[in-house]
Design a protein around this ligand. Structure first.
Ligand code: TYD
Length: 205
């Protein structure tokens, strides 16, 4: 595959979409095809699954939740991401398998290796070239969402301890795989975050 697969991760309210757009501009200026996408919900099927997993009212058992995200991911990677990478595009994706490890693994307390294993099976082992973690104290993220008057989805509505486990899980994953992960302090201003990410992306061919 000749494309580049870049994923953005982090808690809610960390500015992933703003940074996706800025990274996309940088690649577009270089004449690259850029595909923006996200999980859950990057396909028609994914939009339906997203509705269930984020907005369904009743309780969803943790393993069922993990499988719903994995189903979304399997279809999305097979029908959108792999074809784009094969064309040579730069795929900039809001959340990927590390979200499952952090939210369903550390957050819901399933075995993180098993959760990762399910996603690896779902995607036939597709690993991003670079994963940017926008790191933020969950209490600050929460304030940002409040300020934006955003309605909380099922995951966002979880307690701060849940989001602290999610954050710690990202940092632990980044420490184990420093060649793939870039952790950026999400309290920095927009341009400083962008520059840190671009510096890393410039090292890729
Ligand atoms: P979303 O509204 O897409 O955006 P944001 O990234 O701005 O929060 O949120 C998706 C939610 O789904 C988010 O709370 C994290 C959660 N999630 C998981 O729990 N597991 C996953 O595998 C993925 C992709 C997302």
């Amino acid at each position: 595959m000749t494309g580049l697969f870049i994923t953005l991760e982090g808690g809610d309210g960390t500015g992933k979409s703003t940074q996706s757009a800025l990274i996309g501009d940088w690649y577009t200026e270089q004449g690259r095809e850029v595909v923006f996408t996200r999980e859950p919900g990057g396909t028609d099927l994914g939009t339906e699954l997203r509705e269930i997993v984020l907005h369904s009212r009743g309780h969803i058992a943790p393993r069922a939740e993990a499988l719903l995200y994995a189903a979304d991911r399997a279809h999305h990677i097979a029908t959108v991401v792999r074809p784009a990478l094969e064309r040579g595009a730069v795929v900039i994706q809001d959340r990927y398998l590390d979200s499952s490890v952090a939210y369903q693994g550390a957050g819901r307390v399933l075995d993180p290796d098993e959760v990762r294993g399910v996603s690896m099976w779902a995607t036939e082992g597709l690993v991003p070239d670079v994963t940017v973690v926008l790191d933020l104290d969950p209490a600050i993220g929460r304030d940002r969402l409040d300020a934006a008057n955003k309605q909380f989805d099922r995951l966002e509505a979880e307690a701060l301890e849940f989001h602290t486990r999610v954050r710690d899980s990202y940092l632990a994953m980044a420490a184990v795989e420093p060649q793939r992960f870039l952790v950026v302090d999400a309290t920095l201003d927009r341009d400083a975050i962008r520059d840190a990410i671009i510096a890393r992306l410039s090292e890729l061919s």
